[in-house]
Structure formats: structure tokens, C-alpha cells
Ligand binder design. Structure first.
Ligand code: TYD
Ligand code: MG
Length: 450
């Protein structure tokens, strides 16, 4: 049987006999991929083998068994620990601390079990140096410097550790795949090979993946659909905080985060993170600074939002954000112009979340809006106030989830008042002052006494 290859557009499915730079069907660039096509499906009548489908009630129910890593913040993100035989991808920018974190996790595991740390990037001496620094010296931690996946697979099967760490997936190669280390084909094939090894041997495998901005290396994104769990280690390189975020988890929830601080002796867990992202202003409130009560997974986090609004010079006004979503700021600016009547069109606008944390939930909207107006009007917001609310396009304030947690965390940290969207349900102790507003205009009035 002759196998022919055809080119299909990934966007619209357009079929072509040869590769084209631009799809004639939908106009997308560089979207045609080659696929082998056998005879049409209707011709294949003699399919044999396979296991017949089984009713869901007859599948044996197994309690998901997890092994705690010993690093509390890591366990929180994983949903309690590592599931045996799972494949976990840990992505992040180069130099953010992935090797450090995983060596620490390996050390914790190795106190009771055997762990194999495979490095394709560093020599054993370099790893030993790092382990010295982290105090991660235990006999159960086995190191090997290797890049050939066939050799690594043999090690995994003969050593049979509880956990293996592959640092990094971009440096290992499967010699049967023709493409270069780090290319999409190579990275995918190697990850699939580790998936097979993990599933058949019961070894849990951590893959380290460098996020690559551009260039020839394939990033961890191309692996997200293959692996069981995807974690990203993020943070500002000039700040010491690192956030470990669950992006995908076949065995648990994905919206939990773990927070660490990079210190001389490695990453230290931060168990009460809400105070980290607050600035202490000695003189009470300053214009442009507002504390927003956010919720990351099940954990409340109080973060100071800072805004600077100043008249633009010539040309297009600048809009810059760090830690908050650029599009949300554009939307809130538009609502402030239209519903509150502020003339922000010819102002430069800068918005920043303190501490290098990334916030992507809509409940920070009210904090952003207040910070913008406070800076524009040069009116300070009471430093004893924390806020949470989503701004709608018609200027209404939408309710937020988990209002009780946000409110109580703020009072616990010494905030005296809380401003919340009306219709947000919450319970709090007596004597706490919670203000509620139905619209952005009302909220601004309450907070800034306009
Ligand atoms: P690393 O784990 O090598 O990053 P990745 O594997 O993600 O590329 O971390 C490198 C950075 O961490 C490096 O800039 C130095 C810093 N670091 C510390 O501050 N303290 C430590 O104890 C260690 C081991 C590293
Ligand atoms: Mg590294």
C-alpha cells in the first residue's frame, strides 16, 4: 500500500498536495502541516483486536494514592503529593530556580526513598556544589549526567527509583529521531518516551522545561497536552519571590499556587504570603496606591496595586502594566472615561502590582480603578482599606467569589475597612466595617469621598 502525504491547514483543515506558506482557505500564515494518509477509512473493514468498552461502574475504583514531596508549597500545588507513575512538567524562564526547586524536592524524597536526578545541563560536580549549598546531601539521591533517552530509560528501569527528575527535556535526545536536541519533534518524542516509562514502571517523572521566548528551542507549551501535570515557576528575576502555579492537573485542582522566596540557601517556603505584597506607607495612604484582596486558588492574597496617571507629552500616550492584565486596564480606563467622566485619553498610564506577583482574576478590577482615579485626582486612599470587585462594561460592580475569605484575611492583617461589590455574599465577625457598592461610581465615592 502506498502511503501518500498531504498537507492540511491546522486552522481550517484546507487540503493541499504541496506545502504553501499561506493557506488559501483561511489566509493563515505557516499553518500547513504534513500528514501521512493511507486509504480512506471506509476501505478498512477488517479491524481486529482491542478491548471491548467497559461500563464505568465496572472499572475498579482506586483511591488516588499520593506521596507527599515534603515541600509543603509543592504539595499544595500538586494536590497533596505526587501520584505514582505520573509525568509532571515544571516550566519556567531560564535561571528562575527550577533546578534549585527540584533538587530540594529530590532531597526531601531521598530521605525515605530513592531518587534519580538526571542532568543534561550540568556536570555531577556542579550539581554537587549546588547540593552542598542547599544542604541536600543524602545517600538516597542518585545523580547521573546523561542526555541519551535510551540510556536514561535503562537507568530508570534498573534503579527503579520512586521519583526521577529530567533536567531538562530540551537537552535530552532520542537517537532514533533525526531532529536536533530541543526541536519540537525531539522534545515531543522524548516526553512521550518518558510517559511510557512512567506508566509502565510506576516511577514518577519530573521534566524540567525552559520557557523560550523565541529561537530554535521548543518550549514546554508543546508538551502540555502530553503530560499529566503542568506547573510553572514564575517571578521577577530581580525580586526574590517565586510563584509555582498549577496550569494543568489530571489528578487535582489547578488553581492553587505555591509561594517561595529565593534565599542564599535555596528556595524557602512562604506560608503566610499575604503580607509580602504590601508596601508599608509610614504616612498612611498615598495617591495611586490601593490594596486589593485577591484569591489564588483557596488562598487569599493582599496585594498593593499602584497606578501613575500623568499628562502625556506629544504623541501616543503610554500604557504600561506589570503584574496585571494589560487588556483589563484598557477596559477599566474606558469605563472610567465613559461612566465616571474622567479624561484619561491624553494621559500616560502605568499600573503595577507590588512584589512581582502576577494577578489574573477580575476581582482586582476595583483596586486598579481606584488606584487610577486616586492618582489622577491626587487623592490618597485610606491605607486601612482593602477592596475587591469586578468592573463590568456598563460601570456596574460584579460580585466576587470567596468574599468571606478575602474580607476576613484583610481584617486579620489589620485592615479596618473593606469595600466590596454589593451582591457578594460573605460572613464576618461583628464590628468589622464592610462597605458595599453596586456601581463603580458609588465605590469611588465611598473610597475617595469625591
Ligand atoms: P536555577 O535553579 O539554576 O535555575 P533554572 O534551573 O530554572 O535555570 O537557579 C539559578 C538562580 O538561582 C541563580 O541565579 C542563582 C540563584 N540561586 C540562589 O539565589 N540561591 C541558591 O541557593 C541557589 C542554588 C541558586
Ligand atoms: Mg537548571
Amino acid at each position: 500500500m502506498r502511503v501518500k502525504s498531504k498537507f492540511y491547514c491546522r486552522e481550517c483543515g484546507y487540503q493541499s498536495a504541496r506545502w504553501l506558506g499561506r493557506c488559501p482557505g483561511c489566509g493563515a500564515w505557516n499553518s500547513l502541516v504534513e500528514e501521512l494518509s493511507g486509504p480512506p477509512l471506509a476501505d478498512r473493514t477488517t479491524v481486529v483486536g482491542g478491548v471491548p468498552p467497559c461500563p464505568v461502574t465496572e472499572v475498579p475504583a482506586l483511591e488516588e494514592y499520593r506521596i507527599p514531596t515534603g515541600v509543603g508549597e509543592m504539595d499544595r500545588v500538586l494536590g497533596g503529593g505526587v501520584v505514582p507513575g505520573s509525568l509532571i512538567l515544571v516550566g519556567g524562564d531560564p535561571g528562575i530556580g527550577k533546578s534549585t526547586l527540584l533538587l530540594q524536592v529530590a532531597h526531601q524524597f531521598s530521605k525515605q526513598h530513592q531518587v534519580l536526578y538526571v542532568s543534561g545541563e550540568e556536570s555531577l560536580r556542579q550539581i554537587r556544589l549546588r547540593a552542598d549549598r542547599l544542604g541536600a546531601l543524602s545517600a538516597g539521591l542518585l545523580l547521573v549526567s546523561e542526555t541519551d533517552t535510551a540510556v536514561i530509560e535503562r537507568h530508570l528501569r534498573t534503579v527503579a527509583p520512586l521519583v526521577a527528575i529530567i533536567d531538562s527535556i530540551q537537552t535530552v535526545t532520542n537517537s532514533e529521531v533525526g531532529s536536533a536536541p530541543g526541536s519540537v519533534g525531539q522534545v515531543r518524542e522524548c516526553a512521550a518516551q518518558f510517559m511510557r516509562v512512567a506508566k509502565t514502571s510506576g516511577v514518577s517523572v519530573f521534566l524540567v522545561g525552559h520557557v523560550t521566548k523565541e529561537g530554535m528551542l521548543a518550549g514546554p507549551r508543546v508538551l502540555e497536552h502530553i503530560v499529566d501535570t503542568v506547573l510553572y515557576l514564575e517571578g521577577d528575576r530581580h525580586q526574590s519571590f517565586r510563584v509555582l502555579r498549577g496550569v494543568k492537573n489530571r489528578f487535582g485542582s489547578t488553581n492553587e499556587i505555591g509561594i517561595f522566596e529565593m534565599q542564599e540557601k535555596g528556595l524557602v517556603e512562604v506560608t503566610n504570603p499575604s503580607v509580602l505584597f504590601l508596601n508599608q506607607h509610614p504616612s498612611g495612604g498615598v495617591p495611586g496606591a490601593v490594596v486589593a484582596a485577591c484569591l489564588e486558588g483557596s488562598r487569599p492574597l493582599l496585594v498593593e496595586i499602584q497606578a501613575l496617571v500623568s499628562p502625556a507629552g506629544y504623541g501616543v500616550p503610554r500604557r504600561m502594566t506589570a503584574g496585571v492584565d494589560h487588556n483589563r486596564v484598557a477596559l477599566i480606563t474606558a469605563v472610567l472615561e465613559k461612566k465616571v467622566g474622567l479624561n484619561l485619553g491624553n494621559c500616560d498610564i502605568y499600573v503595577n502590582a507590588v512584589g512581582g506577583v502576577k494577578l489574573d482574576e477580575p476581582a482586582v478590577d476595583l483596586g486598579i480603578a481606584l488606584a487610577l482615579v486616586s492618582s489622577f485626582r491626587e487623592i490618597p486612599v485610606d491605607s486601612g482599606l482593602a477592596v475587591a470587585g469586578e468592573v463590568g462594561l456598563t460601570g456596574e460592580l460584579r460580585p466576587v467569589s470567596g468574599a468571606t475569605k478575602r474580607v476576613n484575611e484583610a481584617f486579620k492583617l489589620g485592615f479596618r475597612r473593606f469595600l466590596l461589590s454589593s451582591r457578594s455574599a460573605f460572613h464576618t465577625g461583628a464590628g468589622s466595617e464592610v462597605l458595599q457598592a453596586g456601581t463603580l461610581v458609588d465605590a469611588l465615592e465611598m473610597a475617595l469621598k469625591l
